[in-house]
Ligand binder design. Structure first.
Ligand SMILES: Cc1ncc(COP(=O)(O)O)c(C=O)c1O
Length: 448
């Protein structure tokens, strides 16, 4: 047995949706992923046509046809019985995206020559164009980086700041858009101001007022999280915040980790100077690809953090932020395929379905005695991140019980408002919502 075969053999049976023996046989035979994984409860190319047809049939019609969403769910190879509600952390990819990653990786591993890989430059440009169209961004404004953390750090490292300059953040920022600024403030001598956001906030106006009162003539940057992944999962009034920043010449940076792929985002309309996101979260794309949008007029003012191949001085637009050396070309190409998947469903419909599931969970949870919902019920103050306190039960234990007893995968959330976090997406069903409510009721009655 070769070392590679030994490695494959050591992977537990449960990790494969098909038997290792047949996997090995087919691997050696070199068949395509579609037939490789056939026989499992897995979407195949055959399920794609009905989905596209259903999407067309439902166009302009009322939401709420569970059969349509059943077809969407069939595009994922989710473990039978698992209600996965962890999109805020990591999402699965639909089958066409997995297949693209698989096939292109296989192509590279068969022939890693320059001539064979030349096609990836074109695929990367196609991916960029599709993303720009999806997100309402001008051409050459999106860089394909590795994740939100990297994109946020390009911004906090790349804006020239000096002692006397101020950067305004909120206390809900993720460390990559919070601690990262604090570390750089220590190095470059600028000042950080943190705005406190109530949990849950009373209104978008309260948030706007809080930020506005923190701005001074010395403020150079306003950096906030579009949707918080902790505390209340609050949706910030991004367009208004960007407007008050832009009016004052302040750089508005939006961390979109919890909105990219979940909400019907239009970056031109939002008016931000920069926006970050991870393909592997709500966007349901391949792992370890991220986006950094930089408004055309701002590209020259932002220094790149990493200079490697394919850097050149004449580099056009946001490409200057992605000269990161050798990349996973198959993953980058698969981001374009993920845009196709979103377009097939319709991005407004993706948001509406995600919200319908999240709202049903929130409405149900507020009816369970003793549960405290941190997330707001108001659609203008919330998106897909639901955080609640399960009474006096330890949130970590509640999270573990949800997974181990009820096969509901969420997260436990720390900080000032420790609780259980559920972040459902379009692959969840209304039946799973009922399971969540029954499970939370059980925890409230019998403890975690
Ligand atoms: C708001 C926010 N920003 C940034 C990140 C970092 O994302 P990544 O680990 O993909 O870089 C996260 C991760 O959960 C997040 O919630």
């Amino acid at each position: 047995m070769s070392p590679v075969e030994q490695m494959i053999e050591s992977i537990p049976e449960s990790a494969w949706q098909v038997s290792r023996r047949s996997f090995m046989k087919r691997l050696v035979g070199g068949v395509a992923a579609a037939s490789l994984l056939s026989g499992s409860r897995l979407a195949s190319a055959a399920t794609l046509a009905p989905l596209a047809e259903t999407a067309k049939a439902l166009d302009g019609k009322e939401m709420g046809d569970e059969r349509f969403w059943g077809l969407v769910k069939d595009q994922f190879i989710l473990k039978e019985g698992l209600a996965l509600m962890n999109a805020a952390n990591l999402c699965p990819s639909p089958y066409p995206v997995m297949e693209t990653v698989f096939n292109l990786t296989r192509d590279i591993d068969r022939d890693a020559s320059f001539p064979n890989r030349a096609k990836f430059s074109e695929m990367q440009e196609t991916t960029r164009k599709k993303l720009e169209e999806l997100l309402g961004a001008a051409p050459d404004t999106i860089a394909l980086v590795r994740n939100t953390s990297e994109a946020n750090n390009v911004v906090s490292s790349g804006i020239v700041l000096k002692p006397g300059d101020e950067v305004v953040l909120s206390d809900l920022n993720h460390p990559s858009n919070g601690v990262a600024w604090e570390v750089k403030a220590r190095r470059y001598g600028f000042t950080i101001k943190k705005v406190h956001i109530d949990v849950p906030p009373k209104s978008p106006d309260d948030i706007i007022k809080a930020f506005r009162s923190a701005l001074t003539p010395a403020t150079r940057v306003l950096a906030f999280t579009h949707v918080a992944s902790t505390s209340s999962g609050v949706l910030m009034p991004a367009k208004e915040l960007c407007m008050i920043a832009r009016e004052r010449g302040i750089w508005a940076h939006v961390d979109g980790a919890q909105s990219f792929g979940a909400l019907n985002v239009n970056l031109t309309d939002m008016g931000c100077d920069s926006y970050s996101g991870s393909a592997h979260k709500w966007f349901m794309g391949p792992k370890e690809v991220g986006i950094l949008y930089v408004r055309k007029e701002r590209v020259d003012a932002l220094w790149p953090s990493i200079i490697s191949v394919p850097w050149r001085d004449q580099i056009v637009g946001a490409r200057k932020f992605e000269a990161l050396g050798q990349r996973d070309d198959s993953a980058i190409a698969a981001v374009g395929r993920t845009v196709d998947f979103h377009n097939m469903i319709g991005k407004a419909r993706v948001e509406a379905r995600m919200r319908a599931i999240a709202t049903a969970i929130k409405e149900g949870i507020t009816k369970i005695p003793g549960v405290q919902l941190y997330a707001s019920m108001a659609p203008e103050l919330s998106a897909g991140v639901i955080i609640f306190k399960p009474g006096t039960a330890d949130p970590r234990k509640a999270f573990t019980k949800l997974y181990e007893k009820f096969q509901i995968a969420g997260a436990s959330s720390g900080g000032e408002t420790p609780g259980v976090r559920l972040s459902p997406h379009i692959y969840n069903t209304m039946a799973e919502v009922d399971r969540v409510l029954a499970a939370v009721s059980d925890i409230m009655k019998n403890g975690a």
